[in-house]
Design a binder for this molecule. Structure first.
Ligand SMILES: [Zn+2]
Length: 377
């Protein structure tokens, strides 16, 4: 098992536009395998190489170059997700290139269905574009009688076309599944439910791929393609199930279950009192400002950054806090998912929790929710 774990360990290979690009060790195996398949097809004049025959040396050169182009186009696909995400105000934590494609990990869920839709279609659009460019290069190479290059470009072109179309299958976490999720989200107004249905679609498609792979093996006796379909199916199954599993087993659904006891400071207290007496005890980015359990606002460390130190003892907390506003508090019954979105959007990274009587009963900090119940996979 340790051997398998080793192959799943990720290494960072680049940083593009500030986004770390990672691969795991399995990737090298798949890269070598792909270079070999392409090289062998050129040595043996198969359909893949469109009947061009090359010696071993040039064949391997074309194999490696073609495979590099294939992986670069997957990277381009992922990067366009990340860049459109940035345009929608969401940074990406990483781009991972795994053996069966790529993954862009956004730092949070999109704010609305439209943003979700745009980020989702960015990838397949890029792949379509790469396909068109590669087809154009193929025709240029063909006109110039560079037959090996033309064959290589046609592999890249069809590959990108395949990536674009297969990613549009309506199963989350494929891009088509994200598009489906965007439509469901817009229609029913619930992100969680939309995600659940869309990832169910992902599992259905994964199951179909596996069945199709087995059928392919039995009917077409093509073990290579059959194995590939089965592997992709299993991979997608795993990814879709991972999305559904934590939701099923998650114990925390409401704010009341995830909130912590409120740390609060009086509105009349000075900033130096807060810095000297409250902050050392509760190292957190934000606290509630309250008097007699009535919320006055939220004070964040961010808001104190611009205040010169010599004014700390003269400035009152109420002068620098964010005054109470609808996006700064929720009730204990509010769904946790909505609270998490609100916390991201309100700029404070925190939420006060107010009960029905208007009293401050809890506090939520982004990234500091009570630990969720983990499901053993
Ligand atoms: Zn994609």
């Amino acid at each position: 098992m340790n051997f398998l774990k080793f192959f799943r360990r990720q290494i960072q290979v680049a940083r593009v536009s500030g986004i770390p690009v990672r691969i795991d060790y399995r990737w090298f195996v798949v890269f070598a395998l792909s270079a070999w398949v392409v090289a062998a097809s050129f040595e043996q004049r198969t359909v893949l190489s469109q009947f061009v025959k090359l010696d071993a040396g040039p064949a391997w050169l074309v194999g490696v170059a073609t495979t590099a182009a294939l992986f670069l186009s997957i990277f381009g696909h992922e990067l366009s997700h990340a860049l459109v995400g940035r345009f929608e105000g969401i940074e990406s934590e990483e781009i991972v290139l795994h053996p069966f494609g790529g993954l862009t990990r956004l730092s949070r869920e999109p704010d609305n269905p439209r943003a979700e839709f745009r980020i989702a279609v960015a990838g397949p659009s890029a792949s379509f574009l790469f396909a068109v460019v590669a087809f154009a290069l193929m025709y240029v190479a063909r006109a110039g009688e560079w037959r090996a290059a033309a064959a290589a470009f046609s592999i890249v072109a069809y590959w990108n076309l395949f990536i674009a179309v297969s990613n549009l299958l309506p199963g989350y976490p494929l891009d088509g599944g994200r598009v489906l999720r965007a439509f469901l989200w817009k229609r029913y107004g619930q992100l969680e439910e939309a995600t659940r249905i869309a990832s169910l679609g992902g599992q259905l498609i994964a199951g179909a791929l596996v069945v199709f792979g087995v059928w392919f093996y039995l009917r077409a006796a093509d073990p290579f393609r059959a194995l590939w379909l089965v592997l992709v199916g299993l991979f997608l199954w795993d990814a879709a199930r991972a999305i559904r599993a934590p939701r099923r087993g998650r114990g925390l659904r409401t704010v009341g279950e995830a909130m912590t006891a409120p740390v609060s400071v009086e509105p009349d207290a000075t900033v130096s009192h807060f810095v000297d007496h409250v902050l050392p005890l509760h190292r957190q980015e934000a606290v509630a400002v309250a008097h007699a359990r009535r919320l006055h606002g939220i004070l964040t460390l961010k808001d104190l950054k611009d205040l010169p130190r010599e004014r700390w003892h003269r400035t009152r907390v109420s002068d620098v806090m964010r005054p109470v506003a609808p996006d700064l508090f929720v009730g204990p019954q509010t769904p946790l998912a909505r609270a998490e979105r609100l916390m991201t959007e309100n700029g404070a990274g925190a939420l006060a929790v107010i009960d029905g009587a208007g009293e401050l009963v809890g506090f939520l900090l982004r990234g500091r929710l009570k630990r969720r119940v983990k499901v053993k996979a």
